[in-house]
Design a protein around this ligand. Structure first.
Ligand code: FAD
Ligand code: NAP
Length: 479
């Protein structure tokens, strides 16, 4: 999918404020200062936010608390506090064709599904190509973002940052929150009685880096999202035994689709989006489940869920069935109780001599620097199109990348940035607060109706449909 604009070209700088030098020749009151936008976070969302601000003739300042770009995708053995953390082997599950930014294709010689090191290489080249690094203030954390006293007329913000222990306050005309939503581990220990007695090691998947320490151990992985699947497979290559515990099973998709094409290219097509409008949900579920069961029958592998395929965020894993059929991974139901050395599962079975438990139980998000502005309860946040808080007098605060798409986040972040910067400039406007609230409520109701109840299903969007929705708000059409 590429971006094509109709009417006004969204990427054209409609007004670029004069530089400081030009003020020598123009009376100050006749010049219009560039809007200053604070971007919080220098991950992939922050990088495309800088570019969008520049495209719209605004002055971006990107605050990144660490000393480098890339956010979650920059693997480190000991990542900094407040940044997402990945394991060494992570390979993306969205193909390069579907994840690249619209104006910077991923090189032909990069693989379709890239290792995290290649993804970082891509982001570094993107930043260099568009000269984005000059706008990043590294080792600078955003501590507080508050509305200025005259917010109702100016829409301006006070931003307090900290660099090397020194705090500084600055005024900004707009804020793009690009701080990510996979930073804080969701570790629901209270739902696992006896874990406090367990004498082995337990950890969240956020802490997991590589399988070495699990060699020859008996390990339980809890959760069958993409982390749980990846870790069960990887650990099973060296562990004595891996148990993969899931409270509701999952439909497993693979990266390699028909004729070897990346699965997301095969699935995320405009044709499929149109077909979805005409087919009932039950027809789509039946068709998709039949195809997945043709690869391996989920009930023979202990994975058959009671819910339908469209009711859950997809787990993508090409290797899991091989590890299960070879007995290296044993699928188990939810853990009812831990003892000092064992786990008792909900079907009454017991596994003794457990050495380690990995909780691949997902993430929760929060925005501690924005306390007075938005409320997050159980991973729920009220944002118009997952971007704008509906209650502000001026639309000068936007969240970027705060969605869980059935597809890649990066092009979505890019499009959200293009929309948000145009709203900041007054080129696009938002509906009334009541209309925005009605849209938010409708989206929440649709999500509750479609997905199984879980804190992981609060910001779900369908890739093509959501991209179309945001594009139409900016006056663009996607082809
Ligand atoms: P991040 O990459 O998390 O970057 C946020 C940045 O903000 C960080 O650099 C952080 O240091 C900085 N920051 C945070 N708070 C502050 C502050 N107060 N002040 C200053 N700086 C701050 N998505 C996909 O599309 N495809 C995939 O296949 C995929 N695989 C994934 C695999 C794993 C294991 C995980 C956990 C997630 C995966 N994701 C995937 C989702 C992932 O979140 C996005 O790909 C992407 O990283 C989002 O980028 P971001 O810039 O929004 O956030
Ligand atoms: P996730 O998608 O939120 O999955 C969490 C899993 O833990 C679910 O199976 C969930 O079950 C289970 N769980 C949560 N609380 C539980 C509890 N109290 N008891 C039992 N089970 C519980 O988290 P994730 O797998 O870490 O994935 C996070 C994001 O990273 C996703 O966007 C994912 O696609 C991405 N990711 C991508 C890759 C990759 O590209 N290779 C790898 C890893 C992660 P329920 O469904 O029943 O709630």
């Amino acid at each position: 999918m590429s971006m094509v604009s109709t009417g006004k070209d969204a990427s054209i700088t409609l007004f670029a404020g004069p530089s400081q030098d030009s003020c020598l020749f123009f009376p100050r009151q006749l010049t219009m200062a560039k809007k200053r936008v604070a971007i919080i976070g220098g991950g992939s969302s922050g990088l495309c936010a800088i570019k969008s601000c520049l495209d719209e003739g605004m002055e971006p300042v990107c605050f990144e608390r660490t000393n480098d770009i890339g956010g979650l995708w920059r693997y480190e053995e000991n990542p900094e506090e407040g940044r997402a953390s990945i394991y060494k082997s992570v390979i993306i599950n969205t193909s390069k064709e579907m994840m690249c930014f619209s104006d910077f294709p991923i090189p032909d010689d990069f693989p379709n599904y890239m290792h995290n090191s290649k993804i970082m290489e891509y982001f570094r080249t993107y930043a260099k190509h568009f000269d984005l690094l000059n706008y990043v203030r590294f080792k600078t954390s955003v501590c507080h973002v508050t509305r200025r006293p005259d917010f109702s007329t100016t829409g301006q913000w006070d931003v307090v940052t900290e660099t090397d222990g020194k705090q500084e306050s600055s005024i900004f005309d707009g804020i793009l929150v690009c701080s990510g939503h996979h930073t804080y581990a969701h570790l629901p220990l209270h739902t696992f009685p006896g874990i406090e007695k367990f004498r082995g090691r337990y950890l969240h998947s956020r802490e997991y880096k590589n399988p070495q320490e699990f060699s020859d151990k008996r390990v339980i992985v809890i959760g069958i999202g993409n982390s749980g699947g990846d870790l069960a497979v990887e650990i099973s290559h060296t562990a004595k035994q891996v148990f993969l515990s899931t409270r509701r099973g999952a439909w497993i998709l693979n990266r390699v689709g028909d004729e070897g094409y990346p699965m997301d290219i095969v699935l995320s097509t405009r044709l499929n989006a149109v077909l979805n409008k005409f087919l009932t949900t039950s027809m789509v579920n039946k068709w998709a489940e039949k195809r997945l069961n043709a690869r391996f029958n989920h009930s023979h592998y202990g994975l058959q869920p009671t819910h339908r395929i469209l009711n859950q965020h997809p787990t993508v894993n090409d290797d899991l069935p091989n590890r299960i059929i070879s007995g290296r991974v044993l699928v188990k139901p939810n853990v009812r109780e831990f003892t000092e050395t064992a786990a008792i599962f909900e079907d009454g079975t017991k596994e003794d001599n457990i050495d380690a438990v990995v909780f691949a139980t997902g993430y929760s998000f929060s925005f501690p620097f924005l306390e007075s502005c938005v409320e997050v309860v159980n991973n729920q946040i009220s944002l118009y199109k997952f971007v704008f808080p509906p209650h502000l007098e001026k639309p000068t605060l936007a969240f970027i990348g705060l969605v869980q798409p059935l597809g890649a986040i990066m092009p979505i972040s890019e499009l959200q940035c293009r929309w948000a910067t145009r709203v900041f400039k007054g080129l696009n406007s938002l509906p009334s607060m009541s209309d925005m609230m009605a849209d938010i409520t409708q989206k929440k109701e649709e999500m509750v109706k479609r997905y199984v109840k879980s804190p992981r299903h609060t910001i779900q969007v369908d890739f093509v449909q959501y991209m179309d929705e945001i594009a139409s708000l900016t006056g663009m059409t996607l082809i």
